[in-house]
Design a protein around this ligand. Structure first.
Ligand SMILES: Cc1cc2nc3c(=O)[nH]c(=O)nc-3n(C[C@H](O)[C@H](O)[C@H](O)COP(=O)(O)O)c2cc1C
Length: 147
């Protein structure tokens, strides 16, 4: 049976949240849940679920404020995440010097703690003038076809 999909979003101004909701709306025949990183207890990470991480970048390549407590908890508690699998989609804007670095920091931290990234690293570039929703949904559908 396919694992439940937990979609964790980290946002500053809402784009990652809207994309996470659209991803969940398109998931068929499989349990899913959208959770704000701010409200997520890192002790709940389990290999029974599959995680989709949607995270933007703010400041100068910094985490969005919604991802700061999540990242801080991972740093402080250093949980063993071996067996946990995740796919990641970064929101950014290539007109900034540190393109998409916020999501990359989350990716690096999860992998440092033993989690495994699967599938292609999804990206959306706001410099294209488009919203991330359609490309995030297409990316997730491809990812979930094999995970
Ligand atoms: C003040 C500000 C700073 C930003 N800094 C960066 C940055 O350093 N690197 C980047 O790739 N994108 C940067 N962005 C672009 C955002 O990541 C992008 O607009 C994203 O879609 C926002 O998603 P969110 O609404 O979920 O936070 C910045 C946007 C703003 C408004």
């Amino acid at each position: 049976m396919s694992k439940k999909v937990v979609i964790l979003f980290g946002t500053e101004s809402g784009n990652a949240e809207f994309a996470a909701e659209d991803i969940a709306a398109e998931i068929d025949g499989r349990d899913s849940e959208v959770v704000d990183m701010t409200d997520f207890d890192i002790a709940d990470f389990t290999s029974d679920n599959f995680y989709i991480i949607i995270c933007s970048t703010h400041g100068e390549g910094d985490l969005p404020s919604g991802a700061v407590p999540f990242y801080g908890a991972l740093e402080a508690d250093t949980p063993d995440l071996s067996g946990v699998e995740f796919g990641i989609f970064g929101l950014g804007d290539s007109s900034y010097e540190n393109y998409s670095k916020g999501s990359e920091r989350i990716d690096e931290k999860l992998r440092d703690l033993g989690a495994k990234r699967v599938g292609d690293y999804g990206r959306h570039d706001a410099d294209t003038g488009t919203l991330p929703n359609a490309s995030a949904v297409a990316w997730s559908q491809e990812l979930l076809a094999s995970h």
